[in-house]
Design a protein around this ligand. Structure first.
Ligand SMILES: [Zn+2]
Ligand SMILES: [Zn+2]
Length: 143
């Protein structure tokens, strides 16, 4: 773990990751240096959110401890979106054409550090109001 958690830097630690129910668990090893924020309609449906926070890693950075309920859905030819079949948490996406690459769902990483590199993609598909979410009232707890 970093001694300076608020600095933007390449995260080199190891992270324990799990789906909501814990049936899919894995350890992720850094470096985590790129996050892609995808606003496409498929990612929004597949993640149930305003956009997908995808942490770009190599598959050899991920060591599964439990994947009994891991399921993959082929959302486009050669592109697979993995999720937990028990609780439905999105886990990662991958492409057959890029066998070494995984795009992990950022929400699985409780202490996801600020990435060194971040970019929005398919931004033209976003909800137009998503740019103003920082302006909404901020309430600690469930409000
Ligand atoms: Zn689960
Ligand atoms: Zn997308």
């Amino acid at each position: 773990m970093s001694e300076h958690p608020h600095e933007t830097q390449v995260a080199t630690g190891a992270y324990d990751c799990a789906c909501l129910c814990g049936a899919v668990r894995f350890e992720l090893k850094g470096p985590l240096d790129e996050v892609v924020l995808c606003h496409c309609t498929m990612c929004r449906r597949g993640n149930g959110g305003a956009f997908n926070v995808a942490v770009v890693v190599r598959s050899d950075q991920v060591r599964f401890e439990s994947r009994d309920h891991l399921k993959e859905y082929e959302s486009s030819p050669g592109k697979f979106r993995a999720f937990c079949g028990a609780c439905g948490s999105p886990i990662y996406s991958r492409r057959d054409s890029l066998p070494q690459a995984l795009r992990l769902r950022g929400g699985l990483i409780i202490d996801l550090p600020a990435p060194a590199h971040m970019r929005h993609i398919h931004r033209d598909s976003r909800w137009p109001w998503v740019d103003s979410i920082e302006d909404a009232p901020k309430i600690a707890g469930q409000g």
